[in-house]
Ligand binder design. Structure first.
Ligand SMILES: Cc1cc2nc3c(=O)[nH]c(=O)nc-3n(C[C@H](O)[C@H](O)[C@H](O)COP(=O)(O)OP(=O)(O)OC[C@H]3O[C@@H](n4cnc5c(N)ncnc54)[C@H](O)[C@@H]3O)c2cc1C
Length: 532
């Protein structure tokens, strides 16, 4: 499909819905569509925005400059509370989006534990909460899962509260200010930004990139390469649904069509009901448009939710895509530069829950950056150790591949539904201690092994078909991550016990060595899903 340039270019049903929402809906679609088409055609060569220089730099004014405030403000507030001088540079206005972030209470409580919100403030930023979410696939059973992704957080309220605390503690926010470039010197990093008053320079000990997946720094580090996988998402928030009680974490109502398996999500929200249609694809230029996907979404929504479109009042429409790279998390090979949030690509290629992922890693990041600043370990190795390889995320690549037919692969239409049906049934039999970590992006070796053995025992032919679909190279690569996951799971308990016994003494005698040991323990704990 050609890029729509006028509302007349799109199907009447889509046009009608976009018109009822207002011009921003159309503009958002065109923006997202342009970005997706650029991604498919291969991003243009990346500009260099981070330079290195061996010349000296005047004494830094800031310990940390964070570029990108959406999730950056979480880390910024925690660092400023620990006494560091922090500036946050934000291109627009630092205001959260209207659309809620779904997450679980288990992840959210870290905001209280880290002292960023009081328990009362935490309750105030929760816009919706429901007892359970469900997983259901066409042609198989359905499973209710309590306490997983059953909370909708209001980003506007959360960011406003954090910003107030950030400023009270002495943090400085530069809004309407663009990151332009930076130069890394032996003593610090010079960051060039442009705001209303023109260009200015910030000198910091550490630069943190929180500018999201399309950050100019990310593009430089990835050398503008094409992603290995993509999740296309469209959806809306609307009122008027006949039944608004249930929440779906993942549901299917169709099989594979047009080389895509469609998945649905639905959550009660503060101003209506949020529904998403998402699909895992690659960046093959023959893949369809986001506009086409949104048309399919509107076509299938009445079947999925049991409500005709005419009864719905659309508040907003959503379209986006999440690129994913095998080389994740993205680690900078430059000193004094750390990536966080979507820029770091540390979230799972299955869930793309970047807010949830940030919450999960926040205690580690706060403590890690605090320790690195304290020990003055802002070199490449130290900062890379704060963005470690995680085998439990790496293994999920194969699952993403299994749900992503390549163009022209002609997969049996029900293969993905059957696979998910078998896997979830076996996980449900094994209990919540297996099912929940999987849905919370904290896959564990024992749960994964038991599930795979059970699924293979149940339907060996189906599993053989999936192996054929993903191909031998992907399987061999996966096996490496799986073995690493087993190794991490085995060494984590003795390492954690040793740290509990000797860690304090080590911190007193050699903070530098303590930092390295601590970072490795964190890598092993998070990488094996045993962080809590
Ligand atoms: C439709 C949709 C639904 C989602 N639902 C969920 C969910 O339910 N749960 C969940 O966990 N996650 C969800 N996510 C993902 C989540 O929104 C992201 O992971 C999160 O927003 C990432 O935050 P970030 O700060 O890393 O990047 P971004 O949100 O991309 O923010 C980047 C920030 O950097 C700023 N910036 C960019 N360039 C510059 C520059 N040059 N100079 C200065 N500042 C700059 C931007 O203005 C922005 O504030 C969803 C995403 C979408 C699109």
């Amino acid at each position: 499909m050609n890029l729509p340039t006028q509302p007349e270019d799109i199907a009447p049903r889509t046009r009608l819905v976009l018109e009822t929402i207002g011009p921003s809906a159309w503009e958002g679609l065109v923006r997202a569509e342009q970005a997706w088409q650029t991604c498919k055609s291969g991003s243009p060569p990346a500009r260099t925005v981070v330079f290195e220089s061996s010349t000296s730099l005047e004494t830094p004014d800031w310990d940390v400059v964070i570029c990108g405030g959406t999730l950056g403000i979480l880390l910024g507030t925690a660092l400023v509370e620990r006494g560091w001088r922090v500036a946050v540079v934000e291109r627009g206005q630092l205001r959260g989006r209207d659309q809620e972030w779904n997450t679980s209470r288990q992840e959210l409580v870290c905001l209280v534990e880290l002292g960023l919100l009081s328990p009362t403030e935490l309750e105030a930023v929760i816009a919706s909460e429901y007892p359970a979410t469900q997983v259901r696939f066409s042609g198989s059973g359905q499973y209710r899962i309590p306490d997983v992704l059953n909370i909708g957080v209001d980003p506007v309220s959360l960011l406003a509260r954090l910003l107030e605390r950030f400023r009270t503690e002495g943090g400085v926010l530069l809004e309407q200010t663009d990151f332009l470039q930076s130069t890394i010197h032996p003593q610090g990093v010079a960051v060039t930004v442009r705001g209303e008053g023109g260009e200015r320079y910030l000198r910091a000990r550490l630069l943190i990139d929180g500018m999201g997946q399309f950050s100019p720094i990310v593009r430089q580090l990835r050398r503008g390469g094409r992603p290995d996988g993509v999740c296309l998402v469209v959806g809306s928030c609307a009122t008027g649904y006949r039944d608004d009680r249930e929440a779906d974490l993942m549901a299917t109502i169709t099989g594979v069509t047009g080389d895509c398996q469609y998945f649905w999500e639905a959550f009660p929200a503060r101003d209506g009901r949020t529904t998403y249609l998402f699909t895992y694809v690659d960046a093959d230029p023959r893949r369809g448009s986001l506009t086409g996907l949104f048309e399919d979404y509107l076509r299938l929504l009445p079947d999925y939710q049991g409500t005709p479109l005419e009864e719905l009042h659309f508040q907003r429409a959503l379209y986006s895509f999440f690129p994913a790279y095998r080389n994740s998390p993205l680690r900078s090979d430059l000193a004094r530069l750390l990536l966080i949030g979507d820029a770091s690509a540390q979230q799972s290629p299955l869930s793309f829950g970047g807010f949830g992922s940030m919450l999960r890693h926040l205690p580690r990041l706060v403590s890690g950056v605090d320790r690195a600043l304290e020990a003055n370990r802002l070199d490449v190795a130290a900062l890379q150790s704060l963005q470690p390889y995680q085998p439990n995320i790496a293994v999920t690549w194969l699952f993403q591949r299994a749900m992503c037919p390549t163009v022209g692969q002609n997969l049996p239409p029900e293969q993905i539904n059957r696979l998910l049906g078998v896997v979830f049934e076996e996980m449900a039999k094994l209990g919540p201690e297996v099912l929940k970590p999987f849905l919370q992006d904290a896959v564990r070796w024992d749960g994964l092994t038991r599930t795979m053995l059970a699924a293979f025992g149940r339907d060996p032919l189906l599993i053989a078909g999936v192996v054929r679909q993903v191909g031998l190279p992907a399987l061999v690569e996966w096996l490496g991550h799986y073995l690493n996951l087993g190794l991490y799971a085995a060494v984590q308990p003795p390492l954690a016990a040793a740290w509990n016994t000797w860690g304090k003494m080590l911190e007193e005698r050699s903070p530098e060595l303590a930092f390295e040991v601590w970072a490795r323990l964190q890598a092993v704990s998070y990488g094996s899903g045993q962080e809590s």
